[in-house]
Write a protein that binds this ligand. Structure first.
Ligand code: ZN
Length: 175
């Protein structure tokens, strides 16, 4: 396994749209392993393939970390979830959750998301699945799937807020 480099904003490669996965061979399994290792090492609760410069529809999520107030959270019982070619087929309700992103280190903002989502996806072997998620898992799924469309959580804020955060991040990146 290997720890991969995570692209950070304003890297334009984060804005690319991802292509469907069609090859379910050993290369995909290695990428899943590497992405999980990279996510746990960061540490983070989710990682999308475009964040490691692979523009394929693949995300990994593990929200089952220790509920202590440690920042960053301590991952206790690992419960890795792999979503290949995921599609949200239903969204219900609304929730506001403070989100962060491994591609935007140090930035945390409240984002409005659906409270419940139904997601259809394949596993790393190509087998289809359907999952109904709520709460924080639903947030993580919506956040990671946005990456596949080249969207970041700061794109979901009010225009004024989004613009000022982007301006500051671009200025910091130039230093
Ligand atoms: Zn993210």
């Amino acid at each position: 396994m290997a720890i991969l480099e995570i692209l950070t904003y304003p890297d334009p490669r984060l804005a690319k749209t991802s292509e469907p996965v069609t090859d379910f061979g050993p290369e995909l399994k290695k990428l899943c392993d590497d992405m999980l290792e990279t996510m746990y090492a960061a540490p983070g609760v989710g990682l999308a393939a475009p964040q490691v410069n692979v523009h394929k529809q693949l995300v990994v999520i593990d929200i089952d970390y220790d509920s202590s107030d440690d920042d960053p959270p301590v991952l206790s019982n690992k419960n890795p979830r792999i979503f290949v070619n995921p599609r949200i087929t239903e969204k219900v309700g609304e929730q506001i959750c403070k989100e962060g992103c491994l591609s935007i280190p140090g930035e945390y903002e409240e984002v409005v998301r659906a409270e419940f989502v139904t997601v259809e996806y394949q596993d790393e072997n190509g087998k289809p699945h359907k999952l109904e998620a709520e709460g924080y898992l639903a947030v993580a799924i919506q956040h990671e799937l946005d990456h596949l469309d080249g969207r970041l959580f700061i794109d979901r804020l009010s225009l004024v807020k989004s613009k000022s955060i982007k301006k500051r991040l671009k200025r910091e990146a130039e230093k």
